[in-house]
Design a protein around this ligand. Structure first.
Ligand SMILES: [Zn+2]
Length: 278
């Protein structure tokens, strides 16, 4: 699609593709709902920044990303503090269950952050964060491939750690298994449904989408992968999580949708769950 530089632009509310004011419906998803194009960003500008993927143009700015990350961090610290207080005040606290509740809350805060700084602020649809089209076979194939590459990276990384004598000991929360029943069901719902959906919308849809629109694929993927791995607060897993985060951003970049990255994320968590429970 060619756009004359002087022509006024607008964004598709559903898929955030940019179009001239004169367009009636979106050439990508067919929607007729539009929002104003953000200042200072044009398709040409994002292309020249090295971006050449399937993403639309994120109307939220780098300032919104910074405010969003600050907001989430503040909420996370508050929740952690309450968690620690609770475990100190209540004897025989059911730690596995409390840790799960905290994680559920934080996944919700991820979505709340995206709602405040992108969806509500710019009056776009949730679907503009990579959910504007239906999943297809290509999404599944890419997800499977990335999952396999991810396994290779994890196995290689663990072997190297072992070789240089780092104790990788299983960081396995054995309390989960001891607490059994409800906790295991909640853990599965978290790992296989809530986390893949909420984290892909936040780290890939919001962070990577916003950063890639301004700075291109490579910088956006590196920044979102770094945040993704830092957010897991597991120093030994920083590197494999970083690689996984980068690959998940690449899927979004290639397909313009989050389905592939959600499936790859789900497969990765399913494997981790199997390792924990066996
Ligand atoms: Zn559209």
């Amino acid at each position: 699609m060619s756009i004359h530089p002087s022509e006024a632009l607008k964004l598709c509310k559903r898929c955030s593709q940019m179009a001239p004011q004169s367009h009636d419906y979106c050439s990508r998803c067919g929607s007729r709902s539009w929002v104003a194009a953000p200042k200072g960003v044009s398709q040409a500008a994002s292309r020249s920044a090295g971006y050449g993927g399937q993403l639309g143009i994120a109307p939220w700015t780098v300032g919104d990303l910074a405010r969003g990350i600050g907001f989430f961090t503040a909420q996370a610290l508050t929740v952690f503090l309450l968690f620690i207080l609770t475990t100190l005040l209540i004897e025989d606290a059911n730690l596995g269950l409390y840790a799960l509740v905290v994680t559920f809350i934080l996944e919700g805060v991820l979505l709340a952050t995206v709602w405040i700084f992108a969806v509500a602020k710019y009056q776009i649809s949730w679907r503009a964060l990579g959910l504007w089209r239906r999943p297809n076979a290509g999404d599944v194939i890419l997800a499977g491939s990335v999952f396999l590459v991810g396994i290779g990276v994890q196995v290689g990384y663990l072997s190297i750690l072992k070789l240089i004598g780092v104790d990788t000991g299983r960081v396995t929360p054995s309390t989960f298994i001891e607490e059994g029943g409800v906790v295991l069901v909640l853990l599965s719902i978290l790992a296989l449904a809530v986390a893949p959906v909420a984290e892909e919308i936040f780290f890939r849809g919001f962070i990577f989408g916003g950063a890639a629109t301004r700075y291109g694929f490579m910088k956006g993927a590196l920044a979102s992968a770094a945040l993704f791995s830092i957010a897991h607060i597991e120093p030994l897993k920083f590197l494999p999580l970083f690689v996984l985060g980068f690959l998940l951003a690449w899927i979004y970049h290639k397909t313009g949708a989050l389905w592939g990255s959600m499936i790859a994320h789900l497969l990765n968590n399913a494997l981790a769950l199997v390792v924990i429970l066996t």
